[in-house]
Design a protein around this ligand. Structure first.
Ligand SMILES: *Cc1c(COP(=O)(O)O)cnc(C)c1O
Length: 394
């Protein structure tokens, strides 16, 4: 089966040696019937676990009615989803797309258009300030401002108009903004970079700097949002609100690709008919599943689980520091674990964990990323952490 993948599928990924056949909740089962605890959760696309009954029910019900209309017509799920998502996130308006990269692209386009039409930046000169170590997706424009050679090498010429400064450095942000800045674009916690949490006060400083410069604060919560860190949005920890927020991954409940830009109505309002869009964006199936995701999040139960289980996770991971682990970062049910030099590579550790019945993934070099489903129990969490301790401490 692996050989057939390798023959026919482009080699843009390097999957771990496990072939998944089915999955339920916090667990997946391979083609030989072995079970694994899912400690990656589709990079946070599966926050609510595999095939959450409420999400599957919403999808099945919508499949029996209407799945796609195109945006040439109205349908009865779009407005409801947008209203419910705006209410959940404390925002005013919603632009629906499909993939995370599309949401970020959309935010970039909206920010530029806002800069020209509202801020009065001369056409074609707007800049967007981004952070080192960023990951915002894989389109040509987005990799234009990546500093990861794997992400950008071979894909030029690149889109101009981005200024990159060190992540976590508020002074560098303040120096980088000027009259032509349309937006500051940041991840509240950098997932792909290794679950990097910025210094206390950094995001609040970014908000102030954006206000002083009269530019937008655009936040990418595609991986950090929707309960992953113990709150609906990770930015809530800092008591800060963004002007635009990109959402994706868990927004589709692990069933369909759903992404969105949520934020200020006067900013998203720069888009008029025909100026941006997507054939599949905001389709009835996506909206029906998205509404069920919002309903799950409205009760606060998932946020609470992430906060409580996250404390447990980080308490136990702290115990591994000095025993094969150099540093652990993260918040809620999300952790980046730096394996000590001389130990396994991240890849080797992830492969060893497969043997122990736990699925997770390395990020860069010697860092493991842990993002269990939020439906995992404390016992299951302990089981996975025990396996980690065995593999990394060995
Ligand atoms: C995954 C991710 C993206 C890209 O989402 P895709 O759906 O893969 O296009 C963008 N930003 C962040 C922070 C992500 O984690």
């Amino acid at each position: 089966m692996v050989a057939r993948d390798e023959r026919w599928s482009a080699h843009n990924y390097h999957p771990l040696p496990v072939v998944i056949h089915e999955a339920s909740g916090a667990w997946v089962t391979d083609v030989e019937g072995r079970r694994y605890l899912d400690f990656l959760a589709g990079y946070s696309a599966l926050n609510f676990g595999h095939r959450h009954p409420a999400l599957v029910a919403a999808a099945v019900e919508q499949l029996g009615r209407v799945t796609l209309t195109s945006r040439a017509f109205h349908h009865d799920q779009l407005g409801a989803f947008c209203e419910e998502l705006a209410e959940l996130t404390g925002t005013e308006m919603v632009l629906l797309m499909n993939s995370g990269a599309e949401a970020v692209e959309s935010a970039v386009k909206v920010a530029r258009k806002w800069a020209y039409e509202v801020k009065g930046v001369p056409e074609g000169t707007a800049s967007i300030v981004v952070a080192s170590g960023n990951f915002h997706g894989r389109t040509t424009t987005i990799v234009s401002f990546s500093d990861d050679p794997d992400a950008y090498t071979g894909y030029g010429p690149f889109t101009p108009g981005f200024v990159r400064v060190p992540y976590g450095d508020a002074d560098a942000l303040a120096e980088a903004v000027d009259g032509r800045t349309a937006a500051i674009l940041l991840e509240p916690i950098q997932g792909e970079a290794g679950v990097v949490v910025p210094p206390e006060g950094y995001l609040a400083a970014a908000r102030r700097i954006a206000d002083d410069a009269g530019c937008l604060l655009v936040v990418d919560e595609i991986q950090s949002g929707l309960a992953r860190t113990g709150t609906t949005l990770a930015l809530e920890h800092d008591g800060v609100t963004a002007d635009l927020t990109a959402l994706g991954k868990a927004l589709g409940g692990g069933i369909v690709a759903v992404s969105a830009v949520v934020g200020r109505a006067d900013v998203l309002g720069v888009l008029r008919p025909g100026q941006h869009g997507s054939t599949f964006g905001g389709n009835p199936l996506a909206c029906a599943v998205g509404r069920a995701v919002v309903a799950l999040l409205r009760t606060g139960e998932m946020q609470e689980r992430s906060a409580t289980l996250g404390k447990h996770l980080h308490g136990r991971l702290a115990g591994l520091v000095g025993r094969g682990v150099d540093e652990v970062r993260g918040r809620g049910l999300w952790a980046g674990i730096d394996i000590s030099p001389g130990g396994l590579s991240g890849r080797e550790a992830a492969v060893a964990l497969v043997q122990h019945g736990v699925l997770c993934k390395e990020t860069h070099g010697s860092t493991l990323r842990i993002a269990p489903t939020l439906v995992v129990t404390e016992d299951e969490l302990d089981q996975g952490i025990d396996a980690l301790g065995e593999v990394l401490g060995a």
